[in-house]
Design a binder for this molecule. Structure first.
Ligand SMILES: NC(=O)c1ccc[n+]([C@@H]2O[C@H](COP(=O)([O-])OP(=O)(O)OC[C@H]3O[C@@H](n4cnc5c(N)ncnc54)[C@H](OP(=O)(O)O)[C@@H]3O)[C@@H](O)[C@H]2O)c1
Length: 224
């Protein structure tokens, strides 16, 4: 198992300029991980990282193109809209061999984002594994965590994280990242189970609208 102590680990967040990825990136940076914000536009990523560093008063992040970010990181987190999922993965695939790819993507189908959409490959995470091949250990996580709740990195998040994947070590490393972000992570089975985690998100979006709340989440009960 790789050394997952914060100072030894570089995490790239592809789509890290966005709502979900930026919240996770800030939390990891504040826990001492070296975080690279990835973007289609390296300048946009650099501006995001600089702004965050200035607010905090330290050099916690850098911003690069998605390609360079994937190249330099040990763990790569993908947080882009589903419409950009395949193209982003195909773009960075040459840099992912031997690494863990944590897929946050939910296969929403706008405008019907409150209705479950099962993609052709059963889940976005399984599609990622098919695109990337066996050289990459794909883990799915964070699909049910609202960006709204992540954006203040000091605020507690009232949501658990289902972590699915076919490699036990990769899941344990991802659970450490979940905990570093301030949440509880649970081994929720093989990558095939990612379909369930992904499908919960449109249900939560429906609940948000119906009950006029921001960021309904999930809890696993009866586990201390
Ligand atoms: N928002 C939430 O509360 C939430 C919660 C759980 C899971 N998720 C899932 O997490 C993923 C990211 O969500 P988000 O809300 O952070 O999305 P977002 O803010 O709309 O987009 C994230 C980033 O993806 C990149 N991107 C956008 N369109 C793209 C395209 N056509 N091609 C390539 N890159 C593109 C952009 O980065 P650059 O322009 O810098 O490249 C953008 O900043 C989605 O799959 C979403 O379903 C979101």
């Amino acid at each position: 198992m790789a050394d997952n102590s914060p100072l030894m680990m570089t995490i790239a967040v592809l789509g890290g300029t966005g709502k979900e990825g930026s919240g996770l990136a800030m939390r990891w940076a504040l826990k001492g991980y070296r975080v690279i914000i990835g973007s289609r536009d390296a300048e946009r990523a650099a501006v995001f990282a600089d702004t965050f560093n200035r607010q905090i008063g330290a050099e916690y992040m850098i911003g690069l193109s998605n390609d360079e970010a994937a190249q330099q990181a040990q763990i790569v987190v993908l947080s882009v809209p589903y419409s950009a999922h395949r193209a982003t993965l195909e773009g960075v695939k040459p840099h992912l061999s031997g690494k863990i790819l944590v897929d946050v993507t939910v296969p929403l189908q706008p405008p019907a984002v409150r209705t479950v959409h099962i993609p052709a490959g059963h889940s976005a995470a399984q599609e990622a594994q098919t695109i990337l091949g066996d050289e990459v250990r794909v883990v799915s996580a964070f699909q049910n965590v609202s960006a709204e709740k992540l954006k203040d990195p000091d605020a507690p998040v009232n949501c658990d994280v289902l972590v699915c994947g076919d490699d036990a070590d990769a899941k344990q490393e991802t659970i450490k990242l979940v905990e570093a972000a301030g949440l509880r992570g649970f081994d929720a089975g093989p990558l095939a189970n990612a379909a369930a985690a992904e499908a919960l998100t449109p249900v939560l979006l429906y609940i948000n609208k119906t009950y006029r709340v921001k960021g309904a989440g999930i809890r696993i009960t009866n586990i201390d």
